[in-house]
Design a protein around this ligand. Sequence first.
Ligand SMILES: Cc1cc2nc3c(=O)[nH]c(=O)nc-3n(C[C@H](O)[C@H](O)[C@H](O)COP(=O)(O)OP(=O)(O)OC[C@H]3O[C@@H](n4cnc5c(N)ncnc54)[C@H](O)[C@@H]3O)c2cc1C
Ligand code: SF4
Length: 488
Amino acid sequence: MGDPRGFLKIGRKPTPKRDKVERVQDYRYIYEPMPEDDVRDQAARCMDCGVPFCNVGCPLGNLIPDWNDLVYRDRWREAIDRLHATNNFPEFTGMLCPAPCEPACVLTINDDPVTIKEIELSIINRAFDEGWVTAKPPPPEKRTGKKVAVVGSGPAGLAAAQQLNWAGHSVTVFEKDDRIGGLLMYGIPDYKIEKWVVERRIALMEEEGIEFRTNAYVGFDPTTEELKRDYDSIILAVGALAGRDIVAPGRELGGIHLAMEYLVQQNRRVAGLPIETRPEISAAGKNVIILGGGDTSADCLGNSHREGAASVKIFTHGPEPPKNPDRLTWPDWPLTLTTYPVHEEGGERGWSVGITGFSGSNGYVEKMHCVRTERTPDGKTKYLPGTNFEIETDLVLLAIGFTGPVRDKFLEDLNLGYNERGAIPANGDDDFATSEPGIFVAGDAKRGASLIVWAIAEGRKAARQADLYLAGESVLSSLSGGTALGET
Ligand SMILES: Cc1cc2nc3c(=O)[nH]c(=O)nc-3n(C[C@H](O)[C@H](O)[C@H](O)COP(=O)(O)OP(=O)(O)OC[C@H]3O[C@@H](n4cnc5c(N)ncnc54)[C@H](O)[C@@H]3O)c2cc1C
Ligand code: SF4
């Protein structure tokens, strides 16, 4: 522990953000780097707890007190080694993680938590700047001759691929999109993670010997039979990208879209790539309504403002969650109101709104018909009679969740079934084997829509299990603790 009185002398300092009027004009990263002296001060707040709850709150089991101390002592090189010991991609979590470790931090009992996420990001940024993050291919004598196919290139697939490659297996990642990264590339906006950050990591992994195949929709090209014939083991990291739709009169009108249809097009637009799906969806000049209140909704909001929407309204059918007046901590923190930086940029939030339908003319939506709702004691949503109202709109984005992996030809061919979350069943919470020997599942495909930190943690664990299956023993770390805290 660096400074035993640090937490008494120094308050939590939030990560600086770019001015909201300026940042909404572009798609660059929202936050500014925290000055090094401030990062060191923030690290000094860590109490090096006997039982570090931050470590338990982190699905990766990140060794948080260790690297807080190393940063305080200006030993950044060792800090990145400690960080990489449990997390393959700290730059992804440092930028994107909702940081379930922070509400788990012991300081939250009567103070604000350590700025763990900012310290993580500062460590990895410094490591890249110093040239400490380099490709680490396994030595040739370590190659096992076994071939592994990873299907899906999101954080779960990438983590599994890197681990299995380090174990000496020959790894090919198949991705149906034209670029690698899963939701990191197509879905999450550039202002949350600029795409060169993802590409920088992919380039290192290619140097390490991992083969990436884009535009490779497994089930079609290659076929499921070819994949099973040509590979000794398969990791399913296909995500949970089937968007939940709304059933209401008028849903068929033009101008009502699943959020992901819009977000993928936006990422392509920002990257200067052609928009291949139709119709082309843009929020520019529109009165936008976003249904849903999670990450996906917030990403539609930020993009709509950056495109120059005339107005944006966000509605959820449930009541407004508490703003955390009672300093709720672990494990109640997920029940409090989440406010993202994009909410500071504008838009109107509304709660307890139910949808009864849509209407319009010439095949396009013009109005959303609504009713007030109430939460019943058993947690159901009740529509209140006589409270109907309508709102004018010309673009409605449905960000109301995901129903599990897309049930495409590949999954139908594999015939592994689906669990109550619509996801691919595995042998247990901490067991990634499916009912078919040699086939493992990780990330959103196993959990249902979740978080990047969980995807990385599960990719690592599934890789270890696949390594045990292929080699009988595993050199891969079993580190990755964590609880189910912090899912959205
Ligand atoms: C809009 C949005 C914003 C989010 N923001 C955040 C955030 O800020 N922080 C956070 O922690 N989490 C966030 N999440 C959740 C997070 O992105 C996911 O939990 C995470 O990406 C899951 O990783 P994954 O590897 O399991 O799947 P994914 O990232 O979904 O990747 C799956 C990949 O598999 C590919 N694939 C599927 N089937 C096949 C096939 N048959 N052949 C070849 N390829 C295939 C898909 O094309 C896709 O690229 C967000 C989610 C969404 C939708
Ligand atoms: S719980 Fe908070 S104060 Fe304790 S070791 Fe973790 S980060 Fe430091």
